[in-house]
Design a protein around this ligand. Structure first.
Ligand code: AMP
Length: 415
């Protein structure tokens, strides 16, 4: 079923959203992006004459009631965003009466799902090494099903719009879907957009396809690099991982960040690219700094000849040109991870060059997807957020999807 086809009139919809918004010490929301992200789905259901039961997690209360993670703190903000009063259920697993009393157009927000260990389904208070662990896990899985069944009993249909947790097989993100038939469960608009974005770079690829992977380490990106290797025409590897590649190629890298146990892996990636005809673009020059701070002295040098006591902190001018050339001619672009320590203005030029090239390519008709916290922060910092095709809201979920993994939250609905 799709959200556009479903007839919500007179129906109660239980909607999993990601309202895990950051709060300050006074319990005030400091960034409401996630609430705004769910509004199209929530408003659509209300406008169509449905009643809403909204559920989410907040923080990591680890299966216990922890006041600072109470969703009660955001009731007023959700109410203001929806333009209608929002009722609150103090206990998400004991909300049957409140749910039953809901009329068309009314809204009930459930307390933090993760106050119950059943939400995540991991046994608490028992070590993985404990011989009784497997039994405890089995028991927890059984009570997770009961918990999901209780949540499901509140509503006629289930909508998942929490892309940020789509890579988790939790009670509210996946298990609950078992209690609704295919005609009564669907993705929300945000989820639909995220799934489409991933399809655009993994399935419906317009060529040439350029992927830019940056960030600090190669080890955390290897799954993605390997999955993309079969799909991309150009692969730019930049950021801190540059120096692992430079060292593996016999370079001197000073005190640059380097994963010494990944030198073989770096050589293997280079060989894979060659074998698969992928144009691998590595930074040939860099901005080297004598300290890890914005005011450090800097010099431009070869990425393979960094003086002792200096470290590579950004892509150099020659590399920026090479990156831009591989990006500007592309028709599909994926960017994850900065090209340097962009948080310091003096080391942001490489990431800015990438953002600008992506914006230019997008102006010329390319599809561009930006995902993963830091690259999103980059396009925001450089004011280019509205010049790219799509900015993903789901860090971990997006990365797992790009690695080619099936997301339980999506599979539970789409099969
Ligand atoms: P990740 O979480 O792996 O995507 O890495 C993002 C972080 O990598 C950002 O905070 C950057 O400051 C950092 N980073 C990028 N380039 C470098 C570099 N050359 N040296 C150290 N850190 C870097």
């Amino acid at each position: 079923m799709t959200i556009n086809d479903y007839k919500f009139a007179g129906k109660k919809a239980i909607v999993r959203v990601d309202f895990n918004v950051p709060l300050n010490e006074n319990g005030q929301i400091t960034d409401d992006t996630r609430i705004r992200g769910a509004l199209p789905t929530l408003k659509h259901i209300l406008e169509e004459g449905g009643a809403l039961i909204i559920m989410s997690h907040m923080g990591k209360p680890k299966g216990k009631v922890v006041a600072k993670y109470s969703l009660k703190q955001i009731v007023d903000a959700v109410s203001a965003a929806l333009g209608t009063p929002v009722q609150f259920a103090e206990d998400c697993a004991k909300a049957a009466e409140q749910a039953a009393a809901l009329k068309a157009g009314e809204v009930l927000l459930l307390e933090n799902l993760r106050y119950y260990p059943e939400e995540e389904g991991k046994p608490v208070g028992i070590d993985k090494e404990d011989p009784a662990y497997e039994e405890a896990k089995k028991a927890m899985k059984a009570s997770q099903k009961e918990f999901a069944k209780t949540l499901a009993s509140y509503a006629d249909c289930y909508v998942n719009d929490a892309f940020g947790t789509a890579h988790r097989k939790h009670a509210s993100t996946a298990v609950i879907a078992d209690y609704f038939d295919a005609d009564n469960k669907m993705l929300g608009y945000l989820m639909e957009k995220e799934v489409e974005a991933v399809d655009n770079i993994l399935k419906n690829i317009k060529r040439p396809f350029t992927a830019i992977m940056g960030g600090s380490k190669v080890s955390t990106k290897i799954g993605i690099i390997e999955n993309l290797m079969d799909k991309v025409d150009n692969l730019i590897l930049c950021g801190g991982m540059t120096y692992t590649f430079a060292k593996a190629n016999g370079g001197e890298i000073g005190k640059s960040i380097c994963e010494n146990d990944k030198l073989e892996l770096a050589l293997d990636i280079i060989a894979q690219a060659k074998a698969k005809g992928v144009n691998l673009v590595l930074a040939t020059d860099c901005v080297a700094a004598d300290d890890f701070c914005n005011e450090a002295n800097t010099q431009i040098c070869s990425s393979k000849a960094i003086p002792e006591g200096w470290e590579g902190v950004d892509a150099g001018p020659e590399s920026r040109k090479a990156f831009a050339a591989a990006i500007e001619g592309a028709k599909t672009i994926l960017w994850n991870g900065p090209a340097g320590v962009f948080e310091f203005d003096n080391f942001a030029a490489g990431s800015k060059a990438i953002a600008e090239a992506i914006a230019t390519a997008t102006d010329n008709g390319a599809y561009s997807l930006i995902g993963g916290g830091d690259s999103v922060a980059c396009v925001n910092k450089f004011g280019m957020a509205d010049r790219v095709s799509y900015i993903s809201t789901g860090g971990g979920a997006l990365l797992e999807a790009i690695e080619g993994k099936v997301l339980p939250g999506v599979a539970a609905i789409k099969g």
